[in-house]
Design a protein around this ligand. Sequence first.
Ligand code: BT5
Length: 324
Amino acid sequence: QSQLRKDLLDAFTNAGEAYLSGQRIAELIGCSRTAVWKHIEELRKEGFELEAVRRKGYRIVRTPEKITADELRLGLKTNFIGKNVHYEESVESTQKIAHRLAYDNAPEGTVIIAEEQVSGRGRMDRKWHSPKYTGVWMSIILRPNIPLPKAPQLTLLAAVAIVQAIEDLTDLLPEIKWPNDILIRGKKVTGILTELEAEADRINSVIIGIGINVNPTIEDFPSELQEIATSLFVEKGEKVSRSDLIKRIFMNLEKLYLLYLEEGFLPIKLLWEGYAISIGRKITARTLSNSITGTAQGITDDGVLIMVDDHGKTHHVYSADIEL
Ligand code: BT5
């Protein structure tokens, strides 16, 4: 943090409830008014809420809600998911840290949460926009004793846990687009990235990366995402507590995961189908090598997408990008 930023925060701290004019701040911290304005915009981007009143100046009305370990522990009723949390301010990608911890034998349920990712990633090396303080960017380590081909089921399981958590905390109606997107009113609010470490055909760990846009405004998204992305705040019109959301996800995920280990994918599949939007619709599935247009029939008991193309031929799609 720059000295100017520290001085600016000190100035606001000393002013208490009083407003500080741009001119006054410039004098206090010894910079130009343009620089003051720039720093204030940066504070806003980091999640500070500033009230600006003509002729009076600025006042901080709310500081960014940081996720603290204490806050996450309070009221968390799980046995293993989220019991061991690594909390980071800024990382390249929580996935990267999770892979390392998984390799170092971190216990099942270990979670890495970051306030910001500077190179957050999606599938196939795409970028995941993960700005400071406004989202949930986390990776969860699981160690299921299941055959390798079943690992993608965990993406669907995680999607159900997240959708249920959003429903628990808001009156929004999120939907799942196979395999890994959660949409609200057709726009992406969450992406899931499931990766695994395996030796031969034995799974050592599954790392579920979850990115949720919680409190950004539409203007906070880069322009290329403004048409396709949304946040819980944009949809609900009110901020949502990130730590409450995380705790809900931990609880739902643990419950579904235990059910899955006990009874297999079927109960998860039934829940998943209740939220799926692509099923029964005409879609295009793009993979690296080709693209198939047809009607999505549903998913198999393994979580694989079934499509029937225009010639009546059935396709099993293991991984793809879906266009509705
Ligand atoms: C995903 O990939 O949707 C998986 C995203 C997983 C992110 C989490 S955050 C914690 C963990 N650590 C990581 O580094 N990653 C995981 P995919 O289906 O490939 O979608 C990527 C596409 O979504 C991009 O090409 C953009 O078009 C779009 N996108 C990028 N950032 C977005 C955002 N914040 N909200 C909505 N859409 C976004």
